[in-house]
Design a protein around this ligand. Structure first.
Ligand SMILES: [Zn+2]
Length: 157
């Protein structure tokens, strides 16, 4: 009689990680081909000389991304980090809010969405900032569940 074997183990897995970089709009002169699909972004090393300031900033941000993720156990796979953008800035450093804010609960309880208006903003009317998204491939130890029925294994989060 066949038996189902199921076991869990940590494995070094390739993962994508992203970081958001905010710059002044007048510096954001290089653009990827989004929303055209597929867009593979652009490489920091391949940027035009006229965008030197942006290039330096993105290079600094990508090395910081590698360092900070490294502390958390993500090992950069050495490939070029690619950049997408620019888009209107979310200004995550100043506009990040608590998703469990009592404003949501109050708005839900009273059935009045206008109570959550302080959390809403229009991206293209805020300060002239733009976001770039850095995409990098890393390795990380993640839990995998394997069984004798599947060779490839299934990732569980
Ligand atoms: Zn893109």
């Amino acid at each position: 009689m066949p038996q189902l074997l199921r076991f869990q183990e940590k494995e070094l897995c390739p993962v994508w990680r992203l970081a958001v970089v905010t710059v002044d709009a007048d510096v954001a002169t290089v653009r990827c081909s989004c929303p055209a699909v597929p867009c593979h972004g652009f490489e920091i090393d391949a940027m035009p000389l006229t965008a030197r300031l942006l290039q330096q900033h993105l290079a600094w941000a990508s090395s910081r991304m590698v360092d900070r993720l490294g502390i958390r156990g993500y090992q950069h796979n050495g490939d070029e980090i690619v950049v997408h953008g620019p888009t209107y800035s979310y200004q995550l450093d100043t506009r990040t809010f608590d998703p469990f804010s009592s404003l949501w609960e109050e708005a839900k309880r009273r059935g009045d969405p206008s109570l959550a208006l302080p959390l809403v903003f229009e991206m293209d009317t805020v300060a002239p900032l733009r976001d770039y998204i850095l995409w990098g491939r890393f390795f990380a130890f993640e839990w995998r569940v394997r069984s004798n029925l599947s060779e490839s294994g299934v990732t569980v989060w």
